[in-house]
Write a protein that binds this ligand. Sequence first.
Ligand SMILES: Cc1cc2nc3c(=O)[nH]c(=O)nc-3n(C[C@H](O)[C@H](O)[C@H](O)COP(=O)(O)OP(=O)(O)OC[C@H]3O[C@@H](n4cnc5c(N)ncnc54)[C@H](O)[C@@H]3O)c2cc1C
Length: 427
Amino acid sequence: MAGRSQFGLSALERRALLKGSLGAAAFAGMQSYASAAKIAEVTAPPPMPLPGRKVALVPLRVTPDQLIDVKCCIRPFRAAGPNLGTQMIGDTLVVHNYGHGGSGWSLSWGSADVALGKALSVLPKEIAVVGCGIVGLTTAVLAQQYGLKVTIYARDMIQRTRSFRASGSFTPSSRVALTEPAGPEFGDLWERMARFSWKAFRTCIGLPGNPVEFQDNYGLSDTPPQRRVREPNPAITDSYATRGIPFQETEFAHLDDRIKDIVPQSSLLPPEENPFNAAYASRTSHMYFNFASYGHMLLTEFFGRGGQFVMRDFHGPADYAKLKEKVVINCTGYAARDLWQDKTIIPVRGQTGWLVPQPDSHYAVRYKNVMLMSKADGVCVMNNNSIPEDLGDMFGVGNSMELPNPADIQAGLKLIAPVFAPPVGGA
Ligand SMILES: Cc1cc2nc3c(=O)[nH]c(=O)nc-3n(C[C@H](O)[C@H](O)[C@H](O)COP(=O)(O)OP(=O)(O)OC[C@H]3O[C@@H](n4cnc5c(N)ncnc54)[C@H](O)[C@@H]3O)c2cc1C
């Protein structure tokens, strides 16, 4: 990060742009858009169409004193993808709906639709849903929309579940399956769930409290951005097939291209649109969820439609058969590993830090593997750095330690802070 960037922006210009106060005339002496675009040409998709358009962003405050919370959570990952199978426990039909890895929020509606399709096959008038995380609560509401009477049984309501410790954006293929064990049919099932969910979330845009929103998401780098190429490392001979756990990122199913016709894609910004103190910025729009208002919205609909919530702890499958409802959808997330003895669930640890809400800085930023996402209930921070190498999807795999580690979040804030500062030697 030099005093004057390679695109000719001085420290003063960059800082003014970050504050949104620089007039068009101040850019007259800058290197032409055309020459900057040549760099973009070889490294990334063409830049956005409105050359010279300035972006006015309020810098995010990322000093350590802004950190007000750190949460840790386990992603319920299954190599074969979510369990949507059925099983009879006595005279009770149990339809499973758990094991969504890093995609539980994103796939919640589509997965609920698949599970309910199986439940509706025996024409029940009422059903039970066990679990009130994002998957259980969404399943319950969708079941009501399909005309069923629903009771949720769970030991926690959504605000106290692991779901509320996620980061919460639309990431439907994040750690959702491994390619080989999931098999070739999984892509179609995943696409159906992802498209169904996307449409359902779209109906929440613009509702009071903004339960679901879009925002700009900037990817920053000091070197020209490259599309991540995933090649298997031949030196790693272990795999899920040999050890029951993935050993490299290439084992994961990456399915996002199947829905790129509906999900906005990233474009490299021309330098005059880059308000950050980093040489390269790309931008996309991403959909995300405001947990408090989204949870409130679902609970309001659930109770408004006459739903019942019963706080109950289940100790094993036999407890399901004791319920009065003879069709039960099991949405217990990572807890199914013990409750249903499903040892195919692999823990994938993740943690989020939360800065005070900063509504004037309504965007997300990613730099050096640190992510910031400004949401209504705070700025979510994730630090996915790993030494000596970037582990990508392997980060947290096999780790079930659920205690937060604030030092890691503080380290992430330190790494990303320079992008909001004037360049070294600047005014
Ligand atoms: C750091 C991090 C970031 C993430 N970010 C995203 C993201 O951006 N987008 C996304 O889509 N996903 C994300 N995820 C993944 C997502 O959080 C999970 O897939 C999702 O929370 C799983 O939800 P669930 O409802 O299945 O489980 P849970 O939230 O764990 O809910 C389980 C429910 O079952 C109940 N229960 C469990 N055991 C029992 C029992 N014995 N008796 C009675 N009740 C029981 C619990 O009380 C709870 O109500 C993230 C995960 C992590 C860790």
